[in-house]
Design a binder for this molecule. Structure first.
Ligand SMILES: [Zn+2]
Length: 490
């Protein structure tokens, strides 16, 4: 996010800059020409003074959304999910599944009713839907042994701008749970953290975000079958691909309960990890060649989404709570529902608590040698869940408020030159564009490396060999789109 400094700090920065430049000119007259900051040579407009830390561009609606997320409500939602005893995906096949108040059918019916209740509170603003299918067993090692009905439950907050409503941002969590034995469909599997917490985040986002309207569309999704093999999210992501959805970002929340074990001093409740893939899972051979040739290993759309989340955390007030970006697809050798979306070519990231406690995941509820096992609500911190929900809700709202990202963004490489010429197509809703750059060794785009223009091209003196460029759209109120990395054009 672009942030603008306070006037005092701004002028201080300017004085510092002036003094530094003056000293530099005295000491090394030739160094000035080598100044690493690109300067525009296009006729568009002069560089605008920007700096990274002020909060001028805060959207009051998003400030309100952050306030409206309630830890008490998050606790109620999570405890309700736990009350279904087990949410094993396989419990749909139990003889009394349709009528029992225990099991995944009762849970999914409740989630649907809860979305409908939230919709009733916003004059029917949500379209509540289910995506139901039969998963067939795929082999002897499959965690589905017989044809099994799986249902994803979701609510759509349709965008209000006909030109932008096709753009979709989505939040998800998996509402199925499991025991030590993943095939056990009858005994207690509370799943308060894995993934009652993520399901709660999706539902609480719906509650807070649906009080507002946005140009683009937001979907609040809860999926099943995650523990059996990402079945629900795989089906949903394929449906989105087949139907040509313009799904621009997926926020997967899985194990976001802020596990609290008495005596554990290593958990950090101020941090939530955000995982994003580097090389896109769905990259074609041509795309892989381009990534190799341009140094694009850390610029997948998923990674730009992760950087966006970080930007939201810097713009709005989440107290001491911050996302810690993890530059890998998921935890070491592990996976989750965002990967289903990655594999269909969508930008998707995973939120997960800073430090997991494996005694409280996938474990039968019991006490052994004084150690308590099981995924119970008493180990979940609902202030933490609310913080994760606030960051998700603010990110969804910021994305759905933003103009479309620029399209056809190209770095012109017809001839070898040290300049960097970038051009793009106008984006619906955009009033200006920002070209950002970072050193190849930097993790993120520093907000001070920024050229703003109302034109759809720039000509920068810095060399594309030395920095990574990105372009984003901006609207009149300061909403920023996701960053798009230019493709080379010969
Ligand atoms: Zn999980």
């Amino acid at each position: 996010m672009l942030l603008l400094d306070s006037p005092t700090k701004d002028s201080r920065t300017r004085i510092c800059l002036f003094v530094s430049i003056a000293l530099l000119m005295l000491a090394t007259p030739f160094a000035v020409a080598q100044n690493h900051k690109p300067k525009t040579r296009s006729a568009s407009e002069p560089a605008e003074k920007t700096s990274p830390t002020a909060k001028r561009d805060r959207d009051p609606a998003i400030v309100q959304i952050i306030k409206d997320v309630s830890p008490q409500q998050a606790r109620q939602t999570d405890e309700k999910l736990v009350s279904f005893g087990t949410r094993s995906t396989l419990s749909v096949n139990n003889p009394d599944a349709a009528t029992s108040q225990q099991g995944i059918v009762a849970a999914r019916n409740w989630i649907k009713a809860e979305f409908e209740k939230i919709s009733a509170d916003c004059n029917g603003c949500l379209e509540v839907k289910t995506d139901t299918f039969i998963e067939q067993p795929k082999g002897p090692n499959d965690r589905i042994k017989q044809p099994t009905e799986i249902q994803n439950v979701y609510a759509i907050l349709k965008g209000t701008d006909p030109a932008q409503a096709k753009r979709i941002y989505l939040v998800t969590g998996h509402y199925d749970s499991r025991r030590t034995d993943v095939m056990d469909s009858t005994n207690p599997a509370p799943g308060a953290n894995d993934d009652g917490s993520g399901t709660t985040v999706s539902i609480e986002c719906a509650r807070a975000v649906s009080k507002h309207k946005f140009p683009a569309t937001i979907i609040f999704l809860t999926v099943a079958g995650e523990e059996q093999g990402l079945n629900g999210s795989t089906h949903f992501a394929k449906m989105a691909k087949e139907q040509g959805w313009q799904l621009e970002g997926v926020l997967n929340n899985d194990i976001v309960g802020g596990n609290t074990t008495p005596g554990d001093t290593l958990q950090n409740k101020n941090w939530v990890r955000v995982y994003s893939e580097g090389i896109p899972s769905a990259a074609t051979d041509a795309e892989l060649r381009r990534i190799k040739a341009t140094g694009g290993e850390s610029d997948s759309p998923s990674r730009e989404l992760a950087r966006y989340i970080h930007g939201v955390s810097e713009t709005y007030d989440f107290g001491s709570f911050i996302p810690k970006l993890m530059f890998r697809r998921d935890r070491y050798l592990r996976g989750g529902d965002h990967i289903s979306f990655n594999e269909q070519g969508f930008a998707a990231v995973r939120f997960t608590e800073y430090r997991e406690d494996y005694n409280h995941q996938h474990q039968n509820v019991r006490t052994e040698n004084g150690i308590e096992y099981g995924d119970l609500p008493k180990f979940v911190d609902f202030e933490y869940v609310a913080n994760v929900a606030r960051l998700n809700a603010a990110t969804l709202a910021a994305l759905a408020s933003s103009p479309a990202p620029p399209s056809d963004v190209h770095l012109l490489t017809k001839q070898l030159e040290n300049d960097s010429k970038i051009q793009w197509k106008p984006a619906p809703g955009a009033t200006a564009y920002e070209v950002l750059w970072r050193k190849t060794t930097d993790a993120d785009f520093p907000e001070e490396n920024l050229q703003r223009t109302t034109d759809t091209k720039v000509d920068l003196t810095d060399s594309k060999d030395n920095v990574i460029f990105g372009v984003r759209s901006v609207d009149a109120k300061g909403h920023r789109s996701l960053i798009v990395i230019p493709e080379p054009e010969r």
